[in-house]
Design a protein around this ligand. Structure first.
Ligand code: ADP
Ligand code: MG
Length: 275
C-alpha cells in the first residue's frame, strides 16, 4: 500500500485507507515481549476496542499510537501517516489531531472544572474570554456536567472527573480520541452513561475512537472492531458479531465472564433518563 500525506486537510480520499493501523508491531521491555507481531486497523469514524486482561499491553498500545513509545519492529500508522520514525516535532503535529483521555483523568487539581476544559483553548490566541467560556459551557453540557463548571475536581465523583477529562480532550478539536479504561472503577450506571457519551461523541463529531477496556459490555455497545490481546498476541481481530462466534477458548471465557458481572440485571434502560 502506498503512503499518502494529508497535511492540512481532512476528510478527502482516504476512505479506503485506515485512519490508524498497527502493522506487525512488536515491543519488548527487557526480556518481556509485551506486543508480539500485533496487527489491527480502524477506518475513519470507527470505534476500535482493545480488549484483554490486565497487563496484556493495552495501555502500551495506546502509547504507541500517541508516539510516546516506539515499536521494536513493525509500523504504526496514525491519522493516515506512518509515524513510526517521526521526530518529536512531527509527533506534536499528530497529537493535535489525536488526543488521549488518561485513566486517572489527569485533571489539574487546583483549577476549576471550567478552567481545566478551557486549558487547551487558551493555547489558541483567537478566542476572547467570552468565546472561551461559551465553548467550555458547550463542552460541559455535551458531556453532562455543566453544573459543575465552578467546582474543583476534588468535588467530583470518578465518573464525573472522566466526563470532564473527555470535555477537555474535545476542546482541542481532535479527529481521534483514545480512551484508557473509561469505565474502570465507576458504578455500572455511570459506566453505562460514559459508554453512551462515547457513542454520542462518535456520532455527533464523527470521531475515530480507540477504547481500551476489559469491559465486554462496553465493547459490545461501542465497537465497530475489536482486537483481543492475550499473551502478547492479537488472538482475535474482527467485529462484535464475529467475536461472539469465535471458538478460541480464551475469547469464549472472556465473553462468558461478562454475563457473570451483573447477573440478570440490565441497566441500559436507565440511560434514557439522562439524555
Ligand atoms: N515503560 C515501561 N517500561 C517497562 N515495562 C512496561 C512499561 N510500560 C508497560 N510495561 C509493562 O508492559 C506490560 C503491559 O502493560 P500495560 O500496557 O500497561 O497493560 P494493560 O493491558 O493492563 O494496560 C506490563 O507487564 C507492564 O509492566
Ligand atoms: Mg492499562
Amino acid at each position: 500500500m502506498t503512503q499518502q500525506n494529508n497535511h492540512g486537510h481532512h476528510g478527502s480520499p482516504e476512505h479506503t485507507q485506515p485512519y490508524l493501523e498497527f502493522r506487525n508491531v512488536s515491543k519488548s521491555f527487557g526480556e518481556k515481549r509485551v506486543l508480539d507481531d500485533v496487527s489491527f486497523h480502524a477506518f475513519p469514524g470507527e470505534t476500535l476496542c482493545i480488549l484483554g486482561r490486565s497487563g496484556v499491553g493495552k495501555s502500551v498500545s495506546l502509547h504507541h499510537i500517541m508516539g510516546f513509545l516506539k515499536p521494536d519492529s513493525g509500523r504504526v500508522i496514525v491519522a493516515f501517516e506512518d509515524i513510526t520514525d517521526y521526530s518529536e516535532d512531527e509527533l506534536e503535529r499528530i497529537r493535535k489531531k489525536v488526543t488521549m483521555v488518561f485513566q486517572n483523568g489527569a485533571l489539574f487539581d487546583s483549577l476549576t472544572v471550567g478552567e481545566n476544559v478551557a486549558f487547551p483553548l487558551r493555547e489558541r490566541r483567537d478566542l476572547d474570554e467570552a468565546q472561551t467560556y461559551q465553548i467550555v459551557d458547550g463542552l460541559l453540557e455535551m458531556v453532562g456536567v455543566k453544573a459543575m463548571r465552578d467546582q474543583l475536581p476534588s468535588d467530583l465523583s470518578t465518573g464525573m472527573k472522566r466526563s470532564v477529562a473527555i470535555a477537555r480532550a474535545l476542546a482541542a478539536q481532535p479527529e481521534c480520541v483514545l480512551y484508557d479504561e473509561p469505565t474502570t472503577m465507576v458504578d455500572p450506571l455511570m459506566a453505562s452513561l460514559l459508554g453512551d457519551l462515547i457513542q454520542k461523541l462518535k456520532d455527533q463529531l464523527k470521531l475515530t475512537s480507540v477504547v481500551v477496556t476489559h469491559d465486554m459490555r462496553l465493547a459490545k455497545k461501542l465497537a465497530d472492531r475489536i482486537v483481543f490481546l492475550h499473551e502478547g498476541r492479537a488472538i482475535f481481530v474482527g467485529t462484535v458479531a464475529e467475536m461472539e462466534k469465535a471458538q478460541d477458548e480464551v475469547v469464549r471465557q472472556f465473553l462468558e465472564l461478562d454475563t457473570l458481572v451483573i447477573p440478570g440485571r440490565d441497566i441500559s434502560g436507565y440511560s434514557t433518563l439522562y439524555t
